[in-house]
Ligand binder design. Structure first.
Ligand SMILES: [Zn+2]
Length: 408
């Protein structure tokens, strides 16, 4: 017998802590399912990937992990003794230990679950919150969203919070609000039939955000039903508020979010701190943000990202999922720009406007070629060899791969 499941989990927890440190808010969920080989008793891993990090609720997460074990391939081979073990037989006899981690960037705690499964049933679940310094706080499951908020300091899922909030106030007879985090509120209101109703709704909103200590007094409102007029297809209230779906779609009930773009901007700035880049904008209320360094940068409309997130049931930290591709775009822009400068050193290369690379003949003033680095295809491979890199980029920028000159 080589190693126990406890030891396997401990090893992976160390690896996980490193991942969280390196990737910050962009870190994906990570998990593993372990079982004992019936032939040689070695603890082996069945998998180590749950790439999704987007869960509607804690029970949703647990059910997906459980379903994974029950639906694993019919036959597996032990990595140590190479003997096959069949799923059917083992589901009834073997023990499974599942470990899963999900980073809560709002409170900088890693939520880790340990699940023991036998005879196709979950025997026990242990939850814990792991801080960046490795401090472990046990978390007893199951937990409601509001209990989770008390214990962890943040909601696990805004979607589940929405569902609980609706149930509590249904049928909606008056204005009600739930604070998700500083400057982020879920609000409901009965249909507005008169100017006086509208005035009352506005007054209630102003009063609500007036209590907030958030630096900004600029708030955006977005109604969940905008998902329909904007033709959003995924992650709308139709999926995660299905009990209230028809009422929200057909009636004039207000169910929406009040949130502050300013607050979101501050959070983005903090979260991006460890990524070697800055975040800037021209003026406090300008919705265009620039992400990058002094030479390479890209821009995006963060107000729009926030409003999408509000409609799709994400908190400020959940909204960072829309910023992550921008961070990756900047990283690629910078990497490709620097590499082109090196390989095409026979041209004068200058970066203009953050992501346009301009090439001039040495001694010449005329621009021979301008490449929008932010408009290139996404490159997932490392392309370590220059030849592989050139083969990837040449057709996109009209470069002759033999002469390394631009085609006219
Ligand atoms: Zn074995």
């Amino acid at each position: 017998m080589t190693g126990s499941w406890e030891q396997e989990v401990r090893n992976r927890q160390e690896f996980r802590a490193q991942m969280v440190r390196n990737f910050g808010f962009t870190v994906m969920d990570h998990g593993v399912a372990l079982t004992c080989c019936p032939h040689c008793s070695t603890v082996s891993a069945l998998n180590s990937a749950f790439p999704d990090s987007d869960w509607n609720s804690l029970p949703h997460l647990v059910s997906v992990i459980e379903a994974f074990v029950d639906s694993r391939p019919e036959e597996m081979t032990c990595t140590v003794c190479k003997e096959p073990f069949a799923r059917e037989a083992d589901n009834n006899s073997s023990d499974y230990w599942l470990w899963h981690s999900h980073f809560l960037s709002e409170v900088k705690q890693d939520l880790q679950l340990l699940i023991h499964r036998k005879y196709g049933k979950t025997a026990w679940i242990e939850g814990m919150l792991v801080s960046s310094t490795g401090e472990i706080k046990p978390l007893t499951l199951p937990l409601s969203e509001s209990e989770f908020k008390v214990r962890a300091g943040c909601f696990f899922s805004v979607k589940q919070a929405w569902s609980d909030f609706m149930r509590e106030h249904w049928p909606i007879s008056q204005f009600a609000a739930l604070q998700i985090s500083e400057g982020y509120y879920l609000v409901v209101n009965p249909p507005i039939n008169a100017d006086s109703d509208l005035q009352l709704f506005k007054d209630n909103c102003v009063q609500l955000v007036g209590k907030s200590t958030s630096a900004s007094n600029q708030y955006e409102f977005a109604d969940l039903s905008w998902a329909d007029s904007w033709h959003f297809e995924e992650n709308t209230y139709h999926q995660w508020l299905s009990d209230y779906e028809s009422d929200l779609a057909s009636s004039e009930i207000i169910a929406g979010v009040l949130a502050s773009p300013q607050q979101f901007y501050s959070i983005m700035q903090r979260e991006l701190n460890s990524f070697d880049c800055w975040l800037r904008r021209d003026g406090e209320n300008n919705p265009t943000a620039f992400l990058g360094d002094d030479e390479y940068y890209v821009s995006f409309d963060y107000r729009e990202y926030l409003i999408n997130a509000m409609i799709k049931g994400y908190s400020y930290w959940g909204a960072l999922r829309f910023v992550e591709p921008i961070l990756e775009l900047w990283e690629q822009t910078r990497a490709v720009g620097e590499r082109l400068k090196k390989i095409l050193g026979h041209y004068n290369c200058v970066v203009f406007g953050g992501h346009y690379l301009q090439f001039r003949n040495k001694g010449g003033k005329k621009i021979v070629r301008e490449v929008d680095l932010a408009g290139l295809a996404e490159c997932d491979d490392e392309l370590e060899e220059d030849s592989a890199f050139i083969a990837w980029i040449a057709p996109q920028i009209g470069l002759n791969t033999q002469t390394l000159k631009f085609r006219s």
